[in-house]
Design a protein around this ligand. Structure first.
Ligand code: 4UU
Length: 557
């Protein structure tokens, strides 16, 4: 059967993101809010320095940057800017200014090594990179490897380049006498807005092509779902409005849509933190009277269990939303017992821009463990391994269809046939079911992907690195589960070449060797297990499921 959203379809306007957020919406910002100072209220606040952008400042800064790109970098429709930065309020004007100028943003994890960054920047053919001073050496080395000129590396954030060689993005202004003040027109349905990287169901990370319409649709779908959670934008019910902690990284699709875009559309103030530190987060919640936060499960764990939480007054919080990795019911209960606030769940993927399912805060206690019902304009199927449609209560692979589903993987058209069904459903690679009320439950994962704290780890990438080691004959990386921390971790089953000792020392040496080559979230936190042979089927394909089951048994013991 086909599961359909129980919410009425929303009209998705055929506009680009800039027009939706800054033009269609501007009138509402000015007219609709009870408080006439609304345009002056800060949208994004830097949690460390207190510097901020209100709507007008954000729009003007983005426009200046967009004009600078056109004037100084001869920016054309479809040109790509790499953004390699932790959360900073400047992320917003840089991303939106790039879109205004017809560009595409390729957003990269700020903890990437030179090699990882160079791979993404080359794959998405960036014309320049916006980064922060702390990451400048990595960005410069990656740029040099792939032939991007030094002056195309610009800075965002509060630190300036002491050598003066790299411009701050606000210095990139229009110097031309030509009239560059018009927005570059794009076709919202076809033209891309963002390239986020995901390994999908198998293999190495790939560019997920998100069009303007994909993001516009998801912002509207998400916003309409969240209205049911009783949020009020600034100048709302009591003239104050809701405030969120913006700790989800903006480079990842969850932070990109649900915070960076939704903040401008809905006007819930966002207090940005470059990196999650529980104590800082608690202090900001207390000081700014933060009312909600979108987070991954490990942060829920912090709120539920960490002693630091008791030192702060978190009574302003109304609810938390968890997503990006599985959440246990025990954690939901632990948060309720300690803070008396609901933890609801959402579900989505990079490929769906991202949200497909969202639980309402009104239903968190009734359907614990559920990721909620399908959002408006969405349909889903649950299918078995032969593609047969299953019905209520039966576990199978979840397929989804809707206006937020991506355009395919960059430079990889051959993957389309395995990614989409014949009738245009996207195959998520996740296993789950729906109950009779349309609430979905994610129960397992069919695809290779590992989620560490909500960050993607592609087994194929780690296996590729390990096979490059002279002492290793074969490797299979699978997700293991760290019960104490309640999180998935990458573990490798290794076959060593003859004569190589299979000792704890060797395992530690190899774990450190991998750590020196990858971003921190890809480290082999689940450890190394030595085996004689990696199980494979007759055609040589790794049978990951066998080792996954073995890991489950080990982790339960
Ligand atoms: C079990 O992680 C994301 C998007 C996350 C998201 C979550 C809640 C967005 C909005 C929201 O409200 O994207 P990716 O591409 O990094 O990873 C996608 C994968 C899914 O295929 C699934 O395996 O992350 C896993 N995942 C979840 N697993 C995402 N959400 C959940 C969830 N429970 N709630």
């Amino acid at each position: 059967m086909v599961f359909k959203s129980s919410h009425a379809d929303l009209a998705i306007p055929e506009v680009d993101i800039w027009t939706l957020l800054f033009e269609r919406h501007e009138k509402e910002w000015k007219d609709d809010k009870a408080d006439t100072t609304n345009n002056m209220t800060e949208l994004f606040i830097d949690g460390e320095t207190g510097s901020a952008y209100n709507f007008t400042q954000l729009k003007n800064t983005a426009l200046n940057f967009g004009k600078g790109l056109k004037s100084q970098w001869s920016w054309k429709k479809g040109d790509v800017l790499g953004i390699f930065s932790p959360n900073s309020i400047d992320y917003a004007p840089v991303a939106f200014g790039t879109l205004w100028a017809g560009g595409v943003c390729s957003t990269a994890n700020p903890t990437y090594t030179v090699k990882e960054l160079a791979f993404q920047m080359k794959d998405s053919k960036v014309k320049g990179i916006a980064t922060q001073l702390a990451m400048l050496p990595t960005a410069l080395e990656a740029a040099q490897q792939i032939g991007i000129p030094e002056d195309r590396i610009i800075l965002i954030g509060h630190d300036r380049d002491p050598s003066g060689k790299h411009q701050h993005f606000t210095q990139l202004k229009s110097t031309s006498l030509l009239n560059l003040s018009y927005q570059t027109r794009v076709d919202p349905k076809k033209d891309l807005a963002f390239l986020v990287y995901s390994s999908g169901t198998t293999g190495l990370p790939k560019g997920v092509m998100l069009s303007h319409t994909n993001i516009v649709a998801n912002v509207l779908q998400f916003s309409s779902a969240e209205k049911r959670s009783g949020l009020h934008c600034m100048g709302g019910q009591d003239g104050k409005g809701d405030k969120q902690l913006a700790v989800l990284p903006f480079y990842h699709v969850y932070g990109l849509t649900c915070i960076l875009h939704a903040t401008v559309w809905d006007g819930y103030q966002a207090i940005a933190l470059p990196k999650f530190e529980l104590e800082k987060a608690c202090k900001l919640i207390q000081d700014y009277q933060v009312t909600f936060a979108y987070v991954p499960p490990p942060i829920i764990l912090g709120f539920a269990k960490h002693p630091i939480v008791d030192r702060y007054d978190l009574s302003s919080l109304k609810w938390l939303n968890s997503g990006a990795a599985p959440l246990t019911k025990e954690l939901v209960d632990a948060v309720w017992e300690r803070l008396t606030i609901p933890t609801k769940q959402g579900y989505g993927l990079s490929e769906t821009a991202p949200v497909t399912h969202m639980q309402s805060v009104l239903e968190w206690a009734k359907f614990k463990g559920s990721v909620g019902p399908l959002m408006a304009n969405m349909e889903a199927k649950v299918v078995d391994l032969d593609g047969k449609e299953l019905s209520v209560g039966e576990d199978g692979e979840i397929w989804v269809r809707g206006p937020n589903v991506f355009q395919g993987y960059l430079n990889r058209p051959e993957l389309a046939k395995d990614t989409f069904s014949e009738c245009g459903f996207f195959k998520t690679g996740d296993i789950g079911h729906s109950d009779s009320k349309g609430n979905f439950y994610i129960t397992d994962r069919l695809k290779e992907l590992i989620k560490y704290k909500g960050f993607q780890v592609a087994p194929a990438e780690l296996e590729g690195i390990l096979l490059g080691h002279s002492e290793i004959a074969d490797a299979c990386v699978i997700p293991a589960f760290d019960r104490e921390r309640s999180e998935e971790v990458p573990r490798v089953y290794l076959v060593m070449k003859e004569g190589v000792p299979r000792t704890d020392e060797k395992a530690k040496e190899l774990i450190d060797w991998v750590a020196s080559k990858v971003a921190p979230h890809k480290q082999l936190r689940g450890g190394i297990r030595f085996i004689d042979e990696v199980p494979k089927n007759p055609s040589g394909k790794i049978l990951r499921r066998v080792l996954k089951e073995q890991a489950k048994k080990e982790d339960r013991a």
